[in-house]
Design a protein around this ligand. Structure first.
Ligand SMILES: *[C@@H]1O[C@H](CO)[C@@H](O)[C@H](O)[C@H]1NC(C)=O
Ligand SMILES: *[C@@H]1O[C@H](CO)[C@@H](O)[C@H](O)[C@H]1NC(C)=O
Ligand SMILES: *[C@@H]1O[C@H](CO)[C@@H](O)[C@H](O)[C@H]1NC(C)=O
Ligand SMILES: *[C@@H]1O[C@H](CO)[C@@H](O)[C@H](O)[C@H]1NC(C)=O
Ligand SMILES: *[C@@H]1O[C@H](CO)[C@@H](O)[C@H](O)[C@H]1NC(C)=O
Ligand SMILES: *[C@@H]1O[C@H](CO)[C@@H](O)[C@H](O)[C@H]1NC(C)=O
Ligand SMILES: CC(=O)N[C@H]1CO[C@H](CO)[C@@H](O)[C@@H]1O
Length: 531
């Protein structure tokens, strides 16, 4: 144990040394201009590797090559007063999310044995907490195949199943009495981490109605001090749930707010859209006055963060979980170059949802409710008179939440920058969600379909993590605690590695997509093109 720890410490020291030479003294923006420094650093590193690991020169060289190539596009870290505090901070946070009972790395690598064990553990834990017929079915089939195996795992699980009890509303109300302790023990990241992230704030809305623990784990997984968050709690929800959420929000900086107005949400009605609009407006107001301020505890002092205007809006619901870190989201959104991403169809509209034509010759388009949209589009939806007229018309239609945004995004005549102006509307790749519809017949490990959508679980982890999607929909925490636990471990490991500058993210998958290339340009460029 001790040895392992000192080895990690040692590696970190090496990295710190390398970093110190590359970054701190020479203040060069482009790594390429630091060839000299890199060379020296690499030599020192090689020598250290050689001495410490006692490895052959050949091995050191291969390591060097991989170090060098990964250095090409390392994230630039924000200037922090004390970089060893920064690395310790990130390592500690990642360690907090480490799953003690399962080997998540093995599951993500597709190890069948460990996945089977984890699925068994998840089912047994669920059986102990809030079993569904799907959990019981999984358990039954595992037991039929090999009863002694399940019994053995069960003996293990019994020892620690009390560790996995639901964090209730009451738990949160109590735990938030000491905010600093709450933020720290729950592992909130109170630093922007990299310069790129600091300069690219994202606005999130969260539409939630139950399950405090899941909602809070989602919030902390996307929380960063430079971003903006609006949480809408269905007005029909349990008052204790609302109280717990308010308590959590009060422990976070002013960039997290509960929606200024609450709505009773009924599926298929305009009331699904209303809280989204409330949150959009709140989010615009939150940074318009540049009032956003966060405070980190890297120095123990309150720190003002630059209240930069957010660039993209992402809406989440309480049963989702991110598949990308904030750093990766920023990289992906930058690769979108201002374009919105949204599924849309005219051909596949099965049901008659409207009887009259919309105003302003808008062609109605149906889409999924998941979107990644730029600020100009949010501004248009909220403030443009054409959008207001369209909204009035929407109130006469069925399931308007699936029509609003798709129609706005696929009508280039509205001249909104970032909306689609290509000719393959039906082919635009929706990247916002990893989501398996029943009719798609793609694998769904739990076998559970809820409102036509697969409930994701441990058996889906490898597939979802290696996919290009930004967020996964949807989960049931109490039915599979391993899935969310492992996603957290992976996500915060990646956050650590990117925040330390050890890992970068290849965005080639997101560049040059049809919707990126064929977007309505911003007004300045339009002017430039026509002149
Ligand atoms: C997270 O990082 C730890 C420490 O480096 C490692 O042992 C663990 O396997 C990693 N987990 C995942 C899922 O990447
Ligand atoms: C977890 O699995 C990985 C990949 O299969 C393996 O390299 C690692 O040694 C395992 N970790 C532990 C603690 O068993
Ligand atoms: C309330 O929280 C404090 C720490 O913040 C803890 O010591 C105490 O046990 C908690 N009480 C209950 C009833 O959970
Ligand atoms: C996300 O926002 C879009 C745009 O306003 C909206 O059409 C959609 O219903 C929202 N999705 C969810 C899940 O709330
Ligand atoms: C990113 O991935 C693409 C496709 O896999 C590859 O061709 C390219 O070389 C990679 N870029 C970098 C910088 O690694
Ligand atoms: C959309 O593309 C067409 C054809 O390339 C072009 O004529 C039109 O001006 C574009 N519209 C907008 C709003 O950019
Ligand atoms: C509650 C908490 O974590 N406070 C810490 C903030 O940072 C200072 C300096 O690193 C620590 O001394 C505090 O304990």
């Amino acid at each position: 144990m001790r040895n392992r720890h000192s080895e990690i410490q040692r590696n970190e020291n090496l990295w710190e040394l390398l970093r110190a030479i590359v970054f701190s003294n020479l203040n060069c923006k482009l790594l390429k201009c630091c060839t000299m420094a890199c060379g020296i650093a690499l030599l020192v590193f090689a020598w250290e590797v050689f001495l410490v690991a006692g490895s052959s020169v050949g091995k050191s060289l291969t390591e060097l090559v991989s170090v060098q190539s990964s250095l090409q596009s390392l994230p630039t870290r924000t200037q922090t007063p004390d970089s060893s505090a920064h690395s310790q901070y990130l390592s500690e946070i990642a360690e907090k999310y480490r799953q003690p009972r399962v080997n998540c790395s093995a599951i993500f690598a597709g190890d069948e044995k460990e996945t089977k064990r984890a699925v068994t553990i998840a089912s047994l834990l669920a059986a102990d907490e809030k079993p569904t017929k799907y959990n019981l079915k999984t358990l039954r089939s595992l037991t039929l195949k090999d009863k002694s195996y399940v019994d053995a795992v069960h003996t293990e699980v019994k020892k620690w199943s009390s560790e996995f009890k639901d964090l209730t509303n009451e738990w949160y109300i109590n735990a938030t009495k000491d905010c600093e302790q709450f933020r720290q023990t729950r592992g909130y990241i109170m630093s922007e981490l990299t310069q790129e992230e600091a300069e690219f704030p994202i606005a999130f809305s969260l539409m939630v109605y139950k399950n405090m623990e899941m909602v809070e784990r989602l919030l902390r997984s996307v929380y960063r001090p430079q971003n903006f968050y609006c949480i809408h709690v269905d007005a029909k929800s349990d008052p204790k749930f609302y109280e717990a959420l308010q308590a959590v929000s009060s422990c976070l900086p002013d960039n997290v707010r509960v929606a200024s107005r609450r709505v009773k949400v009924y599926w298929g009605q305009f009331s699904v859209l209303e809280p989204e609009l409330v949150c959009m407006e709140d989010l615009i107001n939150m940074d318009n006055g540049n009032t956003a301020a966060g405070y980190g505890n890297l120095t123990g002092k309150k720190q003002k963060f630059r209240g930069k205007k957010w660039k993209y809006f992402i809406n989440l619901t309480g049963q989702e979980f991110p598949l990308k870190t904030n750093y990766e989201l920023v990289k992906i959104l930058k690769a979108f170059k201002g374009a919105n991403n949204q599924e849309g169809t005219i051909k596949r509209i099965k049901q008659k949802r409207w009887t009259t034509s919309p105003p302003h010759e808008i062609i109605p388009v149906k889409g999924a409710v998941h979107t990644v949209i730029n600020r100009a589009t949010v501004d248009f939806i909220l403030h443009d008179s054409k959008a207001k007229d369209f909204m009035k018309w929407l109130k006469t239609t069925i399931i308007p939440d699936e029509t609003l945004f798709a129609s706005i995004n696929y009508n280039p005549r509205l001249n909104i920058p970032g909306t689609y102006n290509g000719s393959n509307l039906e082919e635009v790749e929706p990247l916002a969600r990893y989501k398996i519809w029943k009719e798609e017949k793609r694998p769904c490990a739990s076998g559970q379909i809820l409102r036509q959508i697969c409930v994701l679980s441990t058996g889906d982890l490898e597939r979802m993590w290696s996919s290009p999607y930004l967020i996964a929909n949807k989960f049931a925490l109490q039915q599979d605690r391993v899935a969310i636990g492992c996603l957290e471990e992976r996500l915060f490991n990646a956050t650590r590695d990117e925040g330390m500058g050890w890992k970068s993210f290849n965005t080639s998958r997101y560049e040059n997509l049809d919707f990126v290339l064929n977007q309505v340009p911003p007004p300045a460029e339009r002017h430039h093109l026509s002149s």
